[in-house]
Design a protein around this ligand. Structure first.
Ligand SMILES: [Zn+2]
Length: 106
C-alpha cells in the first residue's frame, strides 16, 4: 500500500489493470488495481483519482488488426498490425530479418 502523503513516491503511479476506487468501512479510501494501491484523501473521486494512479492498457492488437496470408509454399502466416503501425508477420523470414514480403499484403 502506497500512501498519498509519501513524498518519495512520484504520482501518479502506474497500474496494469483498470483502477478502481474503494471506500473502506473505516473511512479509508484507496485507489488502484492488482497489487498497486494508493491510500488517498477521503474526498478523492473517480474524476480526481487520476492524480494518484494512471492506467495504460497493454498494447494488444485488436482482432481486426490480424490478417492471415498464404505464403508461396502454401503455409499460412499471421500478420498483426501493432498500435504503432508496424506489421509483424509469423513467417520464418520475418523472424530472422525483421521484415518480409507478406507485410505489404496487410
Ligand atoms: Zn512474412
Amino acid at each position: 500500500m502506497i500512501d498519498s502523503t509519501d513524498g518519495t513516491v512520484s504520482f501518479p503511479v502506474k497500474v496494469w489493470l483498470n483502477p478502481v476506487i474503494d471506500r473502506k468501512s473505516d473511512g479509508t479510501v484507496v485507489v488502484g488495481s492488482g497489487d498497486v494501491w494508493v491510500r488517498v484523501p477521503p474526498d478523492t473521486t473517480r474524476e480526481t483519482m487520476g492524480q494518484w494512479v494512471t492506467w495504460k492498457p497493454a498494447a494488444k492488437p485488436l482482432r481486426n488488426d490480424i490478417k492471415k496470408v498464404k505464403g508461396s509454399k502454401g503455409s499460412v502466416y499471421t500478420l498483426r498490425k501493432m498500435p504503432d503501425g508496424r506489421v509483424i508477420c509469423s513467417c520464418p523470414g520475418h523472424k530472422w530479418r525483421g521484415k518480409c514480403k507478406h507485410q505489404a499484403m496487410f
